[in-house]
Design a protein. Structure first.
Length: 202
């Protein structure tokens, strides 16, 4: 089972533009990391997540996914999950899925293989109607979104382990961004869950 913890349902934010109130969809990342900031060991090894697996505990994942109807993720993440759990993990017939890839592929069900500009796609989705948007990684996609300040909330679950090497969640070269703490929660497995919201001027 892939770890998917969550604590609080996100709600769309509003901003004023020329004295008109505009409601925008929220884009959230929702991810687990080691205490030293790695989301995977070398060779995309996610076995460290088993340290906090517990029967009957989904860490609020079902609650979180009820608030979204669109998923964005990278092709490597998609291929890994597809192999591990099958297509229905993302495409349940009710959600739009956008796999960010460099190779053109035909649409499968509600899964779109997108080769265009990621920032343009996100801005278009945010301004449209619907529930919120979930980015399931990987690190390359998350950091590209951070460069354009397009992530509104971060739900980060810290697994009590120091990996020492692997794929870092946050890479260098991003603009400074201020956050506010929404909530924290700890679990008997030793996992700590942090929910941050982007501080904006509107």
């Amino acid at each position: 089972m892939t770890l998917r913890p969550y604590t609080l349902n996100p709600t769309p934010y509003t901003c004023n533009n020329n004295f008109k109130t505009i409601t925008m969809r929220i884009l959230s990342i929702y991810i687990a990391t080691s205490l030293d900031g790695y989301i995977a060991k070398p060779n995309d090894d996610l076995s460290f997540l088993k340290l906090v697996e517990k029967e009957g505990e989904d860490y609020g994942y079902a609650s979180f996914t009820s608030t979204i109807d669109t998923i964005i993720l990278g092709r490597k993440t998609y291929d890994w999950v597809l192999k591990a759990t099958g297509t229905s993990h993302y495409d349940n017939g009710e959600r739009d899925v956008y796999v960010i890839t460099r190779s053109t592929r035909p649409k499968v069900g509600k899964t779109n293989f997108y080769t265009g500009s990621l920032p343009e796609l996100v801005r278009q989705l945010k301004s449209g109607k619907g529930k919120n948007i979930y980015c399931d990684g990987g690190a390359e996609i998350i950091n590209e979104l951070l460069k354009d300040d397009l992530i509104d909330e971060m739900i980060i679950s810290v697994v009590p382990v120091l990996l020492g090497n692997g794929t870092r969640l946050f890479k260098d070269g991003r603009p400074e961004q201020w956050l506010e703490l929404v909530s924290t929660k700890s679990f008997g497995t030793g996992l700590a869950q942090l929910h941050y919201r982007r501080k904006r001027s509107y």
